[in-house]
Ligand binder design. Structure first.
Ligand code: FUB
Length: 310
């Protein structure tokens, strides 16, 4: 695997984007395990005229944010036997020494629309196998939506008391508690939709503050997604809208944030459509993952993130 461009934590301007230049990648989801950061991504393979063509998830890892190792595909959407395809956004989390991978796919005709599955592995690099044999979340469970892709973009977060929560959604953002077995919901689904929420929620905590960061779309003024966020004193809210964190992504319409602290530095991963490979130009379905430093103000609000290029 060739080394990717350097990203130096001591650089005044964050490093070279996009991170990976030999294939199109999207929906970045970081996970730190020991001294290594794993980055789960969807593999964008759209042809001209196709919106998305995503069949599998890939994982990369690094110990220094400069050299990245490619570990290959960790799972295909159709490894969920109940799914038709569409390896949309995902996130992995470690619990009790195992790795749980939550991902959005297109359900078969028994539950039409997008659904969220959960897979498990003993290694962060897989292989992952369906942990339930059925979807964890299907469209019938959140009947508020008016389109078939309401139930996408899972984010998972384990609170200090050991309880793991899952949030997800498109246009509406939902949250629910997971049982300790990680494969069943534990209690009701609650809606927590913040202003301009479009998709791609990401939960994290820093100090005493909880953050819900997401791809936002102000339909009155914007034509592309930006990243916005809300904060709360508890995972159960109340959530206070804190405004936009970024401008729009470049040309990809979607932006999909993923946030992590690694070796004392906070990072936000995004994607855009600025990469060209051969005769294939970046597009809605040909995205490239990027990373930026993330800094906080003394009051816990996040400093605005400017997106950098190579
Ligand atoms: O990658 C497919 C979809 O596009 C994701 O689920 C959304 O977050 C957007 O990035």
């Amino acid at each position: 695997m060739a080394a990717s461009p350097a990203l130096r934590a001591d650089d005044p301007a964050p490093g070279s984007n996009p991170l990976f230049r030999d294939r199109f990648t999207a929906d970045p989801a970081p996970l730190v395990v020991g001294d290594r950061l794993y980055l789960y991504v969807g593999h964008d393979e759209a042809e001209d005229g196709q919106m998305f063509n995503m069949r599998e998830w890939l994982v990369y890892s690094t110990t220094d944010m400069r050299q990245w190792t490619y570990h290959g595909p960790i799972m295909r959407a159709t490894d969920f036997k109940w799914a038709k395809g569409d390896a949309w956004a995902s996130q992995a989390i470690e619990k009790d020494g195992r790795f749980w991978f939550y991902a959005a796919v297109e359900h078969d005709d028994t539950h039409p629309g997008k659904a969220i599955g959960v897979a498990v592995s003993d290694s962060p690099t897989g292989p992952f196998v369906d942990a339930r044999g059925s979807a964890l979340i299907t469209a019938e469970m959140t009947p508020k939506g008016t389109h078939s892709w309401e139930d996408i973009d899972p984010t998972v977060f384990t609170d200090d008391d050991g309880t793991t929560w899952i949030a997800w959604g498109n246009r509406h953002c939902y949250i629910a508690r997971l049982k300790p077995n990680m494969i069943e919901l534990d209690g009701p689904i609650t809606e927590i939709t913040p202003p301009h929420f479009e998709e791609g929620p990401w939960l994290h905590k820093r100090g005493d503050l909880y953050y819900l960061t997401y791809a936002s779309l102000d339909r009155a003024t914007h034509t592309n997604e930006r990243v916005s966020y809300a904060t709360a004193p508890s995972i159960q809210g109340p959530w206070t809208y804190r405004g936009e964190l970024t401008g729009s992504g470049r040309n990809s319409f979607t932006i999909h944030p993923g946030i992590v602290e690694f070796k004392g530095q906070w990072y936000i991963f995004l994607h855009n459509a600025a990469l060209t490979i051969g005769d294939k130009q970046g597009a809605l379905g040909r995205r490239a993952v990027t990373v930026e430093y993330l800094h906080y103000n003394d009051d816990g609000t996040m400093k605005r993130v400017e997106q950098t290029d190579a």
